[in-house]
Design a protein around this ligand. Structure first.
Ligand SMILES: [Zn+2]
Length: 231
């Protein structure tokens, strides 16, 4: 037969264990959501990388088409220039041709830059793909483990609840209502260990009388915080 002190200590241990398990169970979906968010971010990074590559390719293609048009324009001017009769006309064609050549040169620079950007972005894609594959594997492994972990916590919780119930049945009838009232209101905080006359719940020192009562195996609560004390 357990002494009242042993009984209270065991009840406190079980109440704390239950609280601890409940907190861990509540935390599990948040951690899982965080892992899944990490996967979504990796997917988004790859998608954005592919999108950017597509945009760069379209831009270079458009520039190349424009450049081709400008080259044709220059040929057209050169042909028209052949039939020019006055110096003014010749000068006008020379001016147009020069101006168009300048635009071609600018466009060529722009295309070169674009091609270099495409190379750079193309090299990024396998990196992002690898990153996504790694994250996917990690998250899948986490989900698998999390499932086992959660089931284990739930098993431990049911066991602790069953142990608590059978231990509570050992309480004497005269203290059970008070115990129940306090535990319903405060959970695991309804009890505290007393060490050298100090309540470990609120760290206030108890009287010698209380200490004596506790040693005698009586039901004692802290005068300051109202917790059920055990030595
Ligand atoms: Zn106290």
């Amino acid at each position: 037969m357990a002494t009242p002190a042993e009984l209270m200590r065991e009840l406190h241990r079980l109440l704390q264990l239950i609280r601890d398990l409940q907190e861990k169970i509540a935390e599990a979906p948040r951690q899982l959501a965080a892992e899944r968010a990490r996967l979504t971010r990796a997917e988004t990074r790859l998608k954005e990388g592919q999108e950017r590559l597509k945009v760069l390719k379209v831009r270079v293609h458009e520039d190349e088409t424009t450049l081709k048009g400008l080259h044709q324009q220059i040929k057209k001017y050169e042909k028209q220039r052949e039939s020019a009769t006055t110096k003014k006309e010749l000068d006008a064609f020379d001016h147009e041709i020069e101006h168009t050549r300048q635009r071609c040169s600018e466009l060529e620079d722009q295309i070169l830059q674009g091609l270099s950007d495409i190379d750079e972005q193309t090299a990024m894609i396998p990196v992002l793909e690898r990153e996504l594959a790694d994250t996917r594997r990690e998250v899948a492994a986490y989900e698998l483990e999390a499932e086992d972990y959660l089931q284990r916590l739930q098993r431990e919780l049911s066991q602790a609840r069953a142990d608590l119930k059978s231990t509570e049945e050992l309480l004497s009838d005269d203290i059970r209502p008070e115990y129940r009232r306090l535990v319903n209101a405060r959970g695991a905080d309804a009890l505290a260990r007393m060490v050298e006359r100090v309540c470990q719940g609120c760290l206030v020192q108890e009287t010698r009388q209380k200490s004596y009562d506790l040693e005698m195996g009586r039901f004692v609560t802290c005068a300051n915080c109202g917790r059920i004390l055990y030595p």
